[in-house]
Design a protein around this ligand. Structure first.
Ligand SMILES: Cc1ncc(C[n+]2csc(CCOP(=O)(O)OP(=O)(O)O)c2C)c(N)n1
Ligand SMILES: [Mg+2]
Length: 206
């Protein structure tokens, strides 16, 4: 196995996101963006399992994953400041996101299939929210990974919220799916509201 990939401490994550939150509060970021927070400790210790060369797939709420994966803070901040918070990619870090809930799950499985076919030691880590978990394509991706025993782990970041509705409001408990071991769930209490679009000094349509 290679060198551990873990490019930020919990304090660095907090400091970065506080800086973004301050810009948002000042009305400098008139875009839809999702602040991360409340899961710094869990994530920094989880990233100790991830190695250089592994592939990381993230979500609309990707700032912490990006920093931990080695996306440069200045570059990430630049993307956020130009309205691309939900479109963070870095080929050199094997880091990809999607604004579609669980939108990376099937792509991540494809990469895992390729890694296995090549005999690579690297793995794929695919992050999803508890809202993303409810999408059919998430279940299909997990089924494919399980059926082919692919080198991929799915992580459900359960903050008991999809926009503003809790799991209890969305899904009756008798319908909740149980997942195989390759799907890891952790709970955290978010520190920021779901999303913001600034105080809209200006609106940019690309
Ligand atoms: C397929 C799809 N449906 C709806 C949305 C709109 N949407 C954006 S974020 C969000 C809530 C996501 O909740 P969760 O996956 O739990 O992530 P969290 O925001 O709690 O981190 C929704 C419904 C979307 N982006 N993609
Ligand atoms: Mg959620």
């Amino acid at each position: 196995m290679g060198e551990i990939l873990n490019y930020a401490t919990a304090d660095e994550l907090r400091t970065f996101e506080r800086g973004i939150a301050a810009q948002w509060e000042a009305g400098e970021l008139p875009f839809l963006l999702h602040l991360s927070g409340g899961n710094e400790e869990w994530l920094t210790s989880f990233f100790d399992k991830i190695n250089e060369g592994d592939w990381i797939f993230s979500t609309h709420r990707n700032h912490f994953h990006a920093l931990l994966a080695g996306v440069k803070p200045e570059r990430l901040e630049g993307l956020i400041r130009s309205g691309d918070s939900m479109f963070v990619y870095d080929r050199s870090r094997n880091f990809f996101t999607s604004a579609i809930l669980s939108g990376t799950a099937c792509i991540a499985v494809g990469v895992a299939y390729g890694l296995k076919a090549k005999g690579s030691n690297n793995q794929v880590w695919c992050f999803n929210g508890d809202g993303g978990e409810e999408n059919g394509h998430f279940a299909e991706a997990v089924t494919m990974a399980e059926g082919h025993d692919l080198p991929i782990t799915f992580i459900i970041e359960d903050n008991c919220r999809s926009v503003n509705s809790s799991i209890r409001e969305r899904v009756p408990s008798e319908f909740r799916l149980s997942w195989p071991k390759r799907v890891i769930r952790y709970h955290y209490k978010p520190v920021y509201p779901h999303a913001g679009n600034g105080t809209s000094k200006r609106i940019v349509f690309k």
